[in-house]
Structure formats: C-alpha cells, structure tokens
Design a binder for this molecule. Sequence first.
Ligand code: HEC
Ligand code: HEC
Ligand code: HEC
Ligand code: HEC
Ligand code: HEC
Length: 382
Amino acid sequence: MEPREQRRRHRDKLLFLMLAGAISIILLVIGSYQLVEFTDSTAFCGRLCHQVMYPEYTAYQASPHSRVRCTECHVGPGADYLVKSKLAGVPLIFATISDSYSRPIPTPVENLRPARETCEQCHRPEKFAGDLVRVHTSYAPDETNTEKIDVRVLRVGGGESEVARDIHWHIAAQVWYLALDSKRQEIGWVGVENTGGELVEYVDPQKADEVTPERVAAEKRLMDCIDCHNRATHIFRSPAELVDTALAQGKIDKSLPFIKRESMKALDPPSASLDQASDRVKAIGDFYRANYPQVYEEKAQTIAQMVLELKEVARLTTFPEMKVTWKSYPINIGHQEAPGCFRCHGKLAATAGEQKGQPIDVSCNLCHYFALEQTGLFPTQK
Ligand code: HEC
Ligand code: HEC
Ligand code: HEC
Ligand code: HEC
Ligand code: HEC
C-alpha cells in the first residue's frame, strides 16, 4: 500500500474512533441518568424489596431506623458512592431478572461505604460517655408465664482519640484486623495503631500459620461501626424475643395460661409459609377451648388480640422464599448467639511487649456489669 493511502486510512480510523467515543459518551450520560432515575424508583425497589430484599425490608420496618432511607446507609452523601453503588448494583439487577441470586443474600456487604461516613451523619460516638442501662424482660414457658427481669449495664463509653475508653474506644483508636473467612467471623490478627503510628499486634495462637505479613498487608480492614453493629437495622429477632416484647408491652395478655409456651410451639421453628404460620397461630384458640373453657369464654377478646399479635410476629420471622431465619446472619454486637466480641477478646494474644502471650481482656466487667440487680432497685423475679 502507498504511504499516502495508509495515512488516509489511519486518519479515517481515528475519526471513526473519536466519533464513536463521543456518541458513547452521550449515550452513557443519557443512559446512566435514566438508570439512576430507574434504580431510585419505587418500581425498582418494589421488585427488589418484595422479593429479594423482602426479609431486610421487613426487619428494617420494625427497627429503630425505619424512617432512615435505605440509601442513607447504603450509599450516603456525595456523587462518588452513588455511581459506585449503582455499578455494584448492576450484577444484582441481572441476578434479580434471571432469578439467580443467592438465598439468603450473603453478608458482609463487600462494597458498603465505610460506616463512619454514613452512620456518622447522625451519630457521634466520640461524644458519648458513660454507661447504658438495658432492661430485658422475659417470660418462662410455664402456666403463669413467670416474668424475669434482667438488668445489664453496658460500658459504651466513647470520647475522642486519647481520652476514648470503654466499648466505643475501638473507633477512636485505629484498630486493624485480618479476617480469615469471608463472613469475618474468624479473626486471625489485630493491629492497634499507637500514637507513633506503630502497630501493637495480636494473633490467634491456633491460627498463627495462616497469618502472613503479605496477607495482613493485602487484606487488613479498619474496624468501624458495622464490625459490631452489623445488625443495626436488619435485626432479625427470634419469635421468643418478639413474644417477650409483646407480653412486656401488654400487647398480649400475660394472664393467658401457657401463652409463652403455646406461642413458641406455633412459631419456632418457622412455618413453610405465612398462611401455615397463620393457621398454627389461630389453633392456639383451640388449645384454650379444650383446656381452659372458662378462659376461652371470658377472654374471647384478648385471645383474638393475641392471635393478631402473633400473626405480626410470624410476619417478622417467616421468610421461606429467601431462606432467611433469625439464625441466618451472625450478630456481632454481643457474644451469645455468635462469637461477636469474643472473635478477638479472650482469643487473640499479644505478640510482643509486657503483655506478650496474654489474651485480649475478656473479664465480664470490662464491658458490662449486672450490679444493679443486686441493689434491689430492679426485682429479678416478680
Ligand atoms: C441504618 C443503616 C441502614 C439502613 C437504613 C438500611 N440498611 Fe441495609 N444494611 C446495613 C448494614 C450495616 C448492613 C450489613 C452490612 C454487613 O454486614 O456487611 C446491611 C445489609 C443489607 C443487606 C444484605 C443482607 C443482610 O441482611 O445483611 C441488604 C439486602 C440490605 N441491607 C438492604 C437494605 C434495604 C432494602 C434497605 C431499605 C429498606 C436498607 N438495607 C436500609 C445498614 C442499613
Ligand atoms: C439518617 C440518620 C441515621 C443514620 C444514617 C443512622 N442512624 Fe442509627 N439511629 C438514628 C435514629 C434517629 C435513632 C433513634 C431511633 C429511636 O430511638 O427510635 C437511631 C438509633 C440507633 C441505635 C440504637 C438502637 C437501639 O436499639 O436503641 C444504634 C445502635 C444505631 N442507630 C446505629 C447506627 C449505625 C451503626 C448506623 C450506620 C450503619 C446508623 N445508626 C445510621 C438515625 C440514624
Ligand atoms: C467494639 C464494638 C462497637 C463499635 C466498633 C461501635 N459500637 Fe456502637 N455500641 C456497641 C455496643 C456493645 C453498644 C451497646 C449495645 C446495646 O444497644 O445494648 C453500642 C451502642 C451504640 C449506640 C446506642 C447508644 C445509646 O445510648 O442508645 C449507638 C447510636 C452506637 N453504638 C453507634 C455507633 C457508631 C455510629 C459507631 C461507628 C462510628 C459505633 N457505634 C461503633 C459496640 C460498638
Ligand atoms: C477485631 C478485634 C476486636 C473485636 C471484634 C472487639 N474488640 Fe474490644 N478490643 C480489642 C483490642 C485489641 C482492645 C485493646 C486491648 C488492650 O489494649 O489490651 C480492645 C479493648 C476493648 C475494651 C477496653 C477499651 C479501653 O481501653 O477502655 C472494651 C470495653 C472492649 N474492647 C469491648 C468490646 C466489645 C463490647 C466488643 C463486641 C461488641 C469488642 N470489644 C469487640 C479488639 C476487639
Ligand atoms: C468484650 C466485651 C464483653 C465481655 C468481656 C463480656 N461480655 Fe457479655 N455482653 C457483651 C455485649 C456487647 C453484650 C450484648 C449487648 C446487647 O445485646 O445489646 C453482652 C451480653 C451478655 C449477656 C446477655 C444478656 C441478656 O440479657 O441477653 C450475658 C448473660 C453476658 N453478656 C454475660 C457475660 C459474662 C458472664 C461474661 C464474663 C465471662 C461476659 N458477658 C463478658 C460484651 C461483653
């Protein structure tokens, strides 16, 4: 080919590429604008919420954050994360359309914006101080539904950097950690940055061989709110907890004999469908007719109210389509249902210094105390 001809061809090609580029940019701008509009619409959310995210949506509606929009935690302010989250959402859109998403939706949410930028729009743990008192009322599965009141004081603390202490110390400090599993339940290494920028390190002696400097460098994560508050709003409460709350609030009459036991029989394990749960709840009426005919006569109204309340408990605990129960997601805030705080406390040991070989403190009163119970201010038995 003649050099001139070649040059012309090159120029044409370049022109074509430039034109194509310009057209795609225009299309992208229009397209992504419409995608943003579409993905923010209720129709889109409706489909996602009513199928894939139905359990999260339901738990959210019954949580303290029910008036906070999904995007305030999942996207946050600014355009950056809007684009990132929309892009991250693309596979989910395809998965929804093709029905190929995993059930339940896996956690942790990999690309969730650092919680400090979202949660701290509204909360400032640096400004917290002191203790938080939690009163927990539960009922036994006996005839009188014996009430038990537990009081615990949590040393939530707080404060900015140097003065920070107690539970919210972790966010004023720089605590890095390495999880050995995808669910972040097996923590192999922790590094706390001191004022000089050096790391004070802790390692799980049982897993020391899995912790390599390369892996720490590549995979370490800075601890933030959701490493403890992973169930900040999608709180899947168990039927036992929900029934206890309904009894404590007087929504269910606690003078109904064996009501705690019968509720549990109907709701735990969860039913295969909401209709089935509803039938099992209604059948509690038959229990009273057969065993307590007088109660059945005199308390017809409270029994009807109880059935309504338990149907609500069923709604909050029955998610067969997404295979979600109150046990599906680990709760990191305590150490009862899942390891939570004990993923590190009492498990990892210091690698150097005076504390070498000592596990991270796990004494009960580091985090809470139950002393109020002993003052007699709160009766433990009624
Ligand atoms: C108060 C903050 C907050 C709000 C509001 C919120 N979420 Fe979440 N969401 C979270 C956190 C925190 C996680 C857990 C992240 C993790 O474990 O990595 C999460 C996880 C999820 C998950 C993954 C499955 C799971 O249960 O962990 C889905 C799906 C989800 N959210 C959907 C929604 C939808 C839909 C809404 C609105 C109806 C919403 N979220 C509102 C904070 C929030
Ligand atoms: C748009 C504001 C807003 C955002 C964002 C937000 N919260 Fe909240 N949060 C609230 C409000 C308001 C309450 C109090 C609700 C009440 O007392 O009824 C609350 C309550 C709480 C509570 C106490 C719940 C209880 O049982 O008393 C915790 C813990 C909490 N939020 C953690 C978080 C975490 C973690 C995040 C980030 C993932 C977050 N919040 C994001 C507004 C927000
Ligand atoms: C080391 C674990 C841990 C981390 C990290 C953590 N929290 Fe907490 N937080 C707790 C515990 C434990 C409680 C008390 C639990 C309860 O509600 O019974 C609590 C309580 C709270 C409360 C309720 C306080 C009240 O008076 O009702 C809010 C709000 C809160 N945290 C927000 C945050 C935010 C925002 C972040 C991140 C900037 C954060 N927390 C980081 C463990 C943690
Ligand atoms: C990723 C590991 C990790 C997890 C998870 C964790 N902690 Fe810690 N925590 C630490 C380390 C490291 C220290 C500092 C130990 C030291 O200085 O000896 C610490 C210190 C503390 C302190 C003392 C802070 C002070 O100096 O006043 C409290 C209280 C505490 N943690 C409570 C909790 C609670 C409650 C949870 C669960 C909700 C929790 N921690 C989860 C690693 C962790
Ligand atoms: C590292 C901090 C930490 C340590 C150490 C710790 N706990 Fe806890 N504990 C918590 C947190 C956080 C919760 C859950 C708070 C919540 O659910 O709001 C909890 C919850 C509990 C509960 C459940 C209370 C209830 O009403 O549901 C019991 C019981 C308990 N702890 C006993 C103990 C005992 C006994 C020890 C000592 C062997 C201990 N804890 C050590 C942080 C700790």
